[in-house]
Ligand binder design. Structure first.
Ligand SMILES: CC(C)(COP(=O)(O)OP(=O)(O)OC[C@H]1O[C@@H](n2cnc3c(N)ncnc32)[C@H](O)[C@@H]1OP(=O)(O)O)[C@@H](O)C(=O)NCCC(=O)NCCS
Length: 166
């Protein structure tokens, strides 16, 4: 995993222009083409500090960009809570990359960003993402209905949490 760079726009666009990738994310609304990918990367980098971090997931052998993982941190009382987000490009699904990316990213967030709790929200239909979270120790804590404009209606969302091991 490594820092995101403006030069990643073409590789990001090649993967996030696939509606199948976008469909399952709650925050990304439309597929990206190169200009939008560049704007997205600029926005991500502008807000990057102790409250927001995004990293590229690269394939070890080919060095190809296969996805990204990110966290947005909010302070609640004395604790720092991270909301995690991630995507892996469709050609790379099912190879364990999503699971491995969080295996590296979660301890990094605990240790470097001093996050003490994670939360995640996943469409009930997104079984792959639920497995990625469960493989990394996240615990399901609830189920809500949320109005999701890009899906044009109410959708069931599963809530997950993970606490820093003491
Ligand atoms: C969710 C996502 C990151 C998973 O990435 P991945 O690299 O394919 O995940 P992994 O290879 O680590 O697989 C994780 C588990 O999901 C399972 N899985 C993979 N694709 C699946 C599918 N289409 N349906 C059901 N399970 C699936 C795998 O078998 C594996 O299960 P296991 O741990 O029980 O063996 C990827 O599908 C993706 O980016 N989807 C679109 C964006 C998205 O959903 N982001 C997350 C929003 S909350």
């Amino acid at each position: 995993m490594r820092a995101l760079e403006i030069g990643d726009a073409a590789a990001v666009a090649a993967l996030v222009s696939d509606p199948e990738v976008i469909k399952q994310t709650i925050s990304m609304t439309t597929p990206f083409h190169e200009g939008e990918a560049e704007r997205w990367i600029r926005q991500e980098l502008e807000v990057e500090d102790q409250k927001h971090r995004v990293l590229v997931v690269e394939e070890v052998r080919s060095k190809a960009l296969v996805g990204t993982v990110s966290v947005h941190v909010k302070r609640r009382f004395l604790r720092r809570w991270g909301t995690i987000g991630y995507w892996i490009g469709k050609p790379y699904w099912g190879r364990g990359y999503g699971t491995q990316a969080l295996k590296a990213f979660v301890p990094y967030c605990f240790d470097v960003l001093e996050i003490s709790r994670f939360q995640a929200r996943v469409f009930e239909s997104n079984q792959a993402s639920q497995r990625v979270l469960e493989n990394n120790g996240f615990r399901r804590t609830g189920r809500i209905r949320l109005f999701v404009p890009k899906r044009g209606g109410w959708r069931r969302i599963l809530l997950y949490r993970l606490k820093k091991p003491s």
